[in-house]
Each structure stands twice: as C-alpha cells, then as structure tokens.
Design a protein around this ligand. Structure first.
Ligand code: HT7
Ligand code: ZN
Length: 863
C-alpha cells in the first residue's frame, strides 16, 4: 500500500457524535451490533458516502435509519454506505473470532478472558467505523455473555445497568459521557478479581479504584494501587489535572503487545506493569510499575481529554505524557538518578534510531503502518523536546503554557502545532525556530571548545544536524545548554559562576566570552542533559577526571565519567593505544571508580549509577563504523582490570551492602544496586571468587532484586553454580510466567560466551511459545540487544532473528516488526557482519505474504 502523508490530512466528511455497541460475547464467535448516529461535518467537503474502516470484517446486516439496505459496497476492507441526508443512523452487524486473534489487536482472548486493544487502528477489527482519532463520540456499550466464563463485564465510563437473564447468562451496560476517539474504546470480560480502593479528588469527589487481575494475583497489586493514588494526587498538584469519572478501572492481561493502554476509565495493562511484590519483582520492576501506571493515568488529560487530530501527531500525547511520567518519577524517588536512567534509555534506543535508516522526526511526514511509529523518537525524544521548552520557560511559565493548552483544547483532537502555540502564548516564549525540533530528524552534534587567554575564557560552539533519510539538508536548531565553570585549583565554581547559565545556541556557530578568569577554568556543559544532543568536547583527560570527581551537577559528573571511559574504549577498539597509553587510560578510570566508591557525599543509588560502564550499543554509536567483537572484548577487559585492581574494595562494598535489611527505602535499594554492581566487577576480575559470592547472595536472598542480580552474574560465568542456581530458579518459580520470563531473559542477555547456543536450546523449552509477546521478548529481544550474542561473527545471531521475524510475522506482525531495527544497523557495522545482516533483511523482504508492518521496516532498513 501507498504511504499515508501528513500533508494529505483532510477533515472527516462525517461526524459520529454517538455510538451504541452491543456485544454477544463468546470466545470463538462474538456478535457485534453497532449503531452510529452520524452527521455531516460542516467544516469538511460534503460527501454523499461515508467510509467505515474495517479489517477482516464482513457486514452481516446494514441498516440506515432502521431500514435494511443492500446498496453498500466494499472498498478493499472498508465499507462504503451512501447517505442521502445530513444526519442518519447506521446499524451494522458483524461477527468476530477473538480466539483466533493472535495479533492481539481488536478483540482477542487471553487466558480465557476477552479483551480489546484498539490503538492505533484496532477498532476497525471489531466493527466498521471511521477509525480515525479526530472522530469523537460518546459510547454506550451493552454486553451479554455466559456468567461462568465472563463473570466480570467492563467497559469505559460508568456502569449504568446490569442484569441476570436467569439462563446462565448476564449483561451489563456502560456509558462513557466523555466524547472519545475509537482508539480509546475498551471492553473486558472474564473471571477477574479486584483490589478495590478509593481516591478523593481535589474538589472532593470520590473515585472508586479497581485493579482487576486473575484470582491468586491480587496480593501482588498493592504497589500498583499505591502508584495510582500517588499519580492522581501528583497530577492535581503539579499540573492541576483532576480525574473526571466516578470510577477508574485497571485490568491486567498476560498477552499484550505493549506495556499498557490508556482507554478512558478502563486502562488495560500487561501484567508485567501491574504485578509486583518483593519476592517476584526487582526494584527495577517496581519502578516500571510506578512509571507505567502514572503514564497511563496521565494520558487521561494528555491524550484523552485532549487527543490527536491524526496519527502524525502521536508525539503530542506520547512525548508530553512521557515527560509527565518522568517528572513524576523524579519527584517520587531520586531525581538525579531518574534523569540519568532516562538519558541512558534515550541514548540506548533513540540515538541509534536517529542515526539509522528508520530515523524520523518526532512529527513524521509519512508512514505505511502506524504501529511502526510507536518509537523511542516519538516517545523519548518527544519528551526531551518538551523538556527543553520547560527548561527555556522555567517551571512556572511552563505550567502556565500547559494550563492554557488544556483549557484551550479540552475536548478537541489537535496537532503538535496547537501544543507549541499554546506554549508560546501561555509561557510567553517565541518558539518559531524551535519548531524545527518537530520537523527535523537526527541528533544534533555540538562541538565544544573552551579557549583561555589572558583573563578571558571563550566558549566556541558549533552544531551540525546530520542528514537523515529524506532530509539531506538541515537548518541549525535552538539548543539550550546549561553551563558553568569550575576553578580546578579550589574545586569550586569559578568566580562569577555561582549559578549556572542557560546558553541557547541558535546558529551553526557561536562564541561566548567569560572574563575574569586568571586560571583556565573547567567547563561543565549540557548539565542535566539540557538538550538531547551529542557533545563532542575538546577537553583534556585531567579535566574529565576533575569533573568526574567534583562536578556538582550529578548528571554532568556521570557524563564526565562516561566520557572518560568512552574515549578510552574507542581508542582501544580502534587500535590507537600502545601499551603505555592503555595502562595510563585504565589507571585514570580505576582511580575515578575508586573515588566514587570512597565518596561519602554520594548515596548508593547514585554510586551504583556512576559504576555503570557505557553500554556496547552506546560505544558502537560513538563510532562511525563499529566492530562489535572488538568493543565487547575491550569493554570486558576494562571491567576485568577494574575488578581485579579494586577487588578488595568491591568485596568490602559487597559486605557492607549485604548488611542492609530489605526495604523499599532509597538506602536499601541503593545497597542492593551496589551489591550486584560489585559482583559484576568481581565476576570480570576474579570469576571464581565472584561465583562463590554470587551463589551465596542467591541463597541468602530474601527478595527478587538480590536473587536476580546474583543469577545474572552467574549466568555470565562458566561455573558449576550457574547450572545449579538456574535449575533452582526455574523450580522455585515454575508457574509464575513473569518470573519465568526473567529466567529466559537472564540467559539470553548473559555475558556467557555460549549465550547464543543457550538461546537456541531455550527455544525448544516446553515453556517457550511464540504466541505470548512477553515470552518472545524475554528470549529473542533480550538476545537481539545482547551485542556479543547478536553480533556473533558467523552471523548466527542475525540468522536466528531473521527466522524469528519470519515465524512470528503471520502470528503477530506488530511484535515481529520490532525485531527488524537491530538488523537495520548494518551500515554502521564492520564489513563482514554488515553483509550478513543485510542478507537477512533481503531474505525477509523476499518472503511471500509479509505483513505491512514488517515489510515497511525491512524496506526502510534496506533503502
Ligand atoms: N498509547 C498506548 C499505545 C499502545 C499500543 C500501540 C500499538 C499497539 C498496541 C498498543 N498497546 C498500547 C500505550 C502508551 O503509550 O501509553
Ligand atoms: Zn503513552
């Protein structure tokens, strides 16, 4: 099919103010009768026909104004109905088979329950409808089905009525008073049990809260419920947003393509982001639950009350909501650590996207399959772009912009341009040039040099926005950089730099003078990661060492340490180091790590963050063409050198941290973080000793964070403890799918030289299935993002992912196409592997009957 282009947007010819849906529920044949109240849109060109999108549907009966018609026609999968007047009612009956729906879009079955997923274009798999986000309707939903199979019947909004038919079936009727696009429709029917609570909103309204799960899982919903209540309060306090229904339902399902879905009043979640207790979930899992619960809840305003005009505007809701959930998590825990984590995600997932064949602006210009655009660019770069607006405006003015946006556009389907305009008007900014962040793809590279002469320091900045597919020439963008200067002798801020300055680079090049510095100061720039860019700084190693030890901005300190390591490993992997230089480089890094270990101004959460070496993906990204084998070997060798040199310090740290009892407090979480970090370094420096310590940590663990951390370390070693503990873990948690997912993922993402063979064997494990996306991701996504396994020199990793894509595509195209991007990196990988990666893409591209999802990703990756 042809690409859909943003510039081709036209308002809908017909509006649908009201929808009434009737579901006769059965796993294999659910009958759907929809009644649409339609009216001509005066703001659009008149059309005598209405296009009702469908996918895989057949109309069993079509009525207009109560009379059966047979004048309807099909245009591919869409139903076209001729309408003579300005307002009509259309009734359409269809039948669908949820049990056969392995794509998990539309109405599908999961563990005997029925559930919907409509974003982006799943509603058209349920009934014929103008399935576009600018058609807003109120929904009344009546569902009917056997009581034993479906004791709980849920939809959006409020429960209006329910009843028992006395023949083993029952029914419920729901009404959602808030007009919404079809992608926010939801229905759930199943045998579920609720953790119920309530929340009093800022205006004193009582909201009933329910988290629905399968029986036996309710004891693991406490953290999700607390997270929900915190999110509701935070959105009132920080963004002034109050919840607007009397009921908020969350349902957990185990078969789901993404993390969760923000359907109005009825959020549907992947169980991974609901269920958590200390025995089965790590600290990271707890954070994931809190973040995703918040994200979906925040969509109630940023996405639902104000929605997208069309799917090109996806970042309008996703970028803004990610920023909102990031700010929430910063407030709930350690703000600097959260900022570093978010930047790590951006660099690990979005930077490679932005520098590869799939690069696109946060507001794309065209697509073939919208599911392929739920990307790190739309979500994470989208959040960074709005964060820059916040940085430039200041918190108060940003809030004024946000208030104006919600007030001006409440109940509307709008564009990114509407958001930017509201920010300009509300926050008092001129964002004319800033709009380039919405239209230009690619991560800007900013070159930084500090010149010192006499008593003046001069900062020279230049920017380059790289060419990306379809965008060969770029304009300079406004880049807000937080900067400050330090005096290297005192270790304090240099004179006149008590605070930090916001410098916005708007041109290709600029120079700024800072007088009054008799000594050369040390520059700290892009503090807090104020702009999502790559910085290339001309800075001496000693200055990086200074910043790694002294910078008072935690992000900038982390960054200095990362830079120190990146420089060293890049030089090492590119064969630019003789023995002396290698030794010297390692010594500087070891010294920096040692001072992090000894610095008692740091808490353990931050200390653990500073210990993390730059990932192999990030290192590869920093090189024009990378040799993944060399990068892996050099990074492991550095880790081993650090582990061996600081062995006693890491053992002491492990002992100290092991004495901290389990709790969810920051100090205890930090202790768990550094404890496993210590094992990671020891495993590289002294594998035998580490194996013993990891096995002991595993045995002593009274929580999943310690147990998983120990097993992760053991998985990378060829020790007998590895086998024993893997068997123990499986036996202990057999029957708990989320923990068994961890068991698969730990082996697939391990540092073990035979990780790829392990993956191959695990594919034949009786617990492995291609039908469950969590399980597929836990084995194969973990492997695809494990560089030393994926980039095996003989191409076996690439072949395996090629096979997965081909086998999964007919089952679940959305999940299948998400495996294409790792292969799409072929242009940035050394020649031998590059050729093998390309061959896999070509093999997949030639397969008959490929889905639109996978086909689009493969052709863009080869193009
Ligand atoms: N808005 C939700 C997106 C989503 C989704 C998209 C495509 C296919 C399946 C999906 N499930 C959820 C999730 C979010 O960003 O909040
Ligand atoms: Zn979202």
């Amino acid at each position: 099919p042809a690409a859909i282009r943003r510039e081709d947007y036209r308002p809908t010819a017909w509006l649908v103010p009201e929808v009434s849906l009737e579901f006769d529920l059965a796993l294999q044949a659910t009958r759907v009768t929809s009644t649409l109240t339609v009216a001509r849109n005066a703001a659009a060109d008149a059309s005598p026909t209405i296009r009702l999108n469908g996918e895989g549907l057949e109309p069993m009966a079509v009525k207009v104004d109560g009379a059966m018609i047979d004048s309807w026609v099909m245009d591919d999968a869409d139903l076209i109905v001729t309408l003579p007047g300005d307002a009509h009612s259309i009734e359409i009956t269809t039948s669908i088979n949820p049990a056969a729906n392995t794509a998990l879009m539309g109405l599908f079955a999961s563990n005997g329950m029925l559930c919907t997923q409509c974003e982006a274009e799943g509603f058209r798999r349920i009934t014929f409808f103008p399935d576009r986000p600018d058609v807003l309707s109120t929904y009344r939903v009546r569902m009917h089905g056997p009581k034993t199979d479906f004791p709980v019947l849920l939809s959006n909004g409020n429960l209006e009525e329910q009843g028992d038919d006395g023949d083993g079936t029952h029914w419920a009727q729901w009404h959602d008073p808030w007009p919404k696009p079809s992608y926010l429709f939801a229905l759930v029917a199943g045998d579920l049990i609720a953790n119920s609570d309530s929340f009093t909103t800022m205006s004193g309204r009582e909201v009933a809260l329910n988290i629905w799960v399968r029986e036996g899982d309710e004891s693991r919903t406490g953290h999700a419920m607390e997270s929900l209540k915190k999110s509701m309060r935070w959105d009132e306090e920080v963004f002034g947003r109050e919840y607007d229904l009397d009921l908020f339902n969350i349902v957990a399902v185990s078969d789901f393509n993404m993390g969760a879905m923000e359907n109005k009043g009825l959020n549907v979640f992947n169980t991974k982001y609901v269920l958590a207790d200390e025995n089965t979930a790590t600290d990271g899992d707890f954070d994931g639950v809190e973040g995703v619960i918040a994200h979906e809840y925040f969509h109630n305003w940023s996405g639902n009350r104000v929605t997208c005009r069309d799917w090109f505007q996806l970042s309008l809701k996703e970028g803004f909501t990610v920023l909102r959930d990031q700010l929430f998590s910063q407030d709930m825990g350690s703000a600097p650590v959260k900022r570093i984590e978010d930047v790590r995600v951006l660099r690990g997932a979005q930077f490679p996207e932005d520098s590869g064949p799939l690069a696109h602006p946060i507001r794309p210009d065209s697509f073939r399959e919208i599911s392929n655009f739920y990307t790190a660019t739309i979500y994470n770069k989208g959040a960074e772009v709005i964060r820059m607006i916040r940085t430039m405006a200041g918190e108060e003015a940003f809030r004024a912009g946000s208030d104006l946006y919600f007030q001006r556009h409440d109940g509307q389907a709008v564009t990114c341009e509407d958001f930017v305009k509201a920010m300009e008007d509300g926050a008092g900014l001129d964002l004319s040039q800033f709009r380039l962040w919405y239209s230009q793809a690619g991560t800007p590279k900013v070159t930084v040099r500090l010149e010192h002469s006499g008593d003046t320091a001069t900062l020279h900045l230049s920017q380059d926005v790289p060419a990306t597919p379809g965008q060969p020439d770029k304009h300079p963008m406004p880049i807000p950089l937080k900067v400050t200067l330090f005096d290297p002798e005192t270790g304090n801020r240099a004179a006149g730099h008590d605070g930090e300055q916001l410098v916005t680079l708007t041109k290709a090049q600029a120079s700024l003078s800072f007088p009054g510095h008799v000594r050369r100061p040390v520059l700290s720039i892009n503090r807090g990661f104020s702009a999502p860019i790559v910085i290339e700084r001309d800075i001496a190693q000693e200055e990086l060492v200074f910043l790694a030890a002294h910078d008072d901005d935690p992000f900038a300190r982390y960054e200095a340490l990362q830079d120190l390591v990146v420089r060293h490993l890049k030089d090492a992997a590119d064969d630019r180091l003789d023995d002396g230089a290698r030794k010297h480089g390692r010594a500087a890094i070891i010294e920096a790590i040692r001072s992090v270990m000894a610095d008692d101004t740091l808490d353990d959460l931050m200390r653990g963050e500073l210990f993390i070496l730059p990932s192999e993906t990030y290192l590869a990204e920093a090189m024009p063409v990378a040799d993944p084998g060399r990068i892996h070997a050099e990074r492991q060798a550095l880790r081993a050198a650090i582990g061996a040199f600081l062995e006693d310090d890491f053992v002491a740290l492990h002992t100290r941290a092991s004495d901290v009892p389990y709790s969810l407090e920051a100090a205890a979480r930090g202790a768990r973080k550094v404890k496993t970090q210590a094992l990671v370094y020891l495993a590289a420096g002294n594998p035998e000793r580490a194996a013993g310590m990891a096995a002991a940590q595993y045995d002593a663990a009274d929580n999943m964070t310690d147990r998983q951390g120990a097993l992760m370390v053991l998985c990378g070693l060829s020790a007998v403890e590895r086998t024993n503990k893997l068997i123990d873990f499986y036996n202990r948690y057999q029957g708990n799918p989320l923990v068994i997912d961890k068991w698969f993922a730990l082996q697939a993402s391990s540092m073990h030289p035979s990780a790829l063979e392990h993956v191959k064997a695990l594919a034949d494990h009786p617990d492995f299935t291609m039908k469950n996306p969590n399980r597929v991701r836990s084995l194969y996504m973990a492997m695809a993002y494990n560089p030393h396994a994926f980039h095996a020199e003989d191409g076996e990793g690439y072949r395996m992912i090629g096979d997965v894509i081909l086998a999964l595509d007919p089952i679940n195209p959305q999940t299948a196409s998400r495996f294409v991007p790792p292969l799409g990196r072929w242009r940035r990988i050394e020649a031998g592997r590059s050729q093998l990666m390309r061959e896999q893409l070509e093999r997949i591209g030639k397969a008959p009957g490929l889905s639109r999802d996978t086909h689009e990703q493969v052709s863009r990756s080869l193009g």
